[in-house]
Design a protein around this ligand. Structure first.
Ligand code: AMP
Length: 119
């Protein structure tokens, strides 16, 4: 399946729809999730066209990977999440329930989040 340039995060990157931005650099954008699942729920995306983690981990440049990982850490620290802790996750593909086909990591925190999976 090719990358869909009309997915909602591609539109956010192009500035066609708004987002509540928390972070931006040359390769990465961070913004609040529109339907938060925790008191703090931020999405971190590469600006490059990658469908999911599988795509990103194979095809992104070393520079894009480094910027992405460093940005996640910076955002979490700026939001005071490392202590007491936070969850970092990415849904990859259908079995994970990935809704938006542009690679993204969820940063969730602000309260104890319980077990990782419901069952
Ligand atoms: P996933 O199921 O991992 O693909 O997560 C997609 C996430 O994107 C969900 O948590 C949605 O609430 C979030 N989302 C969808 N549209 C927007 C938007 N326009 N701005 C911010 N977050 C969005």
């Amino acid at each position: 399946m090719p990358y869909d340039p009309n997915n909602v995060f591609a539109k956010i990157i192009r500035g066609e729809i708004p987002c509540k931005k928390v972070y931006e650099d040359e390769h990465v954008l961070g913004f609040y999730d529109i339907a938060p699942q925790a008191p703090v729920h931020v999405l971190v995306i590469p600006k490059g066209a990658y469908i999911d983690f599988n795509d990103f981990s194979q095809n992104a440049s070393a520079r894009e990977v480094e910027f992405f990982v460093r940005a996640v850490g910076k955002i979490a620290r700026e939001l005071d999440l490392p202590d007491p802790g936070y969850r970092l996750l990415t849904n990859n593909g259908a079995n994970a329930g990935q809704e938006v086909p542009h690679f993204h990591a969820h940063i969730c925190g602000g309260k104890p989040l319980g077990r990782m999976l419901a069952n």
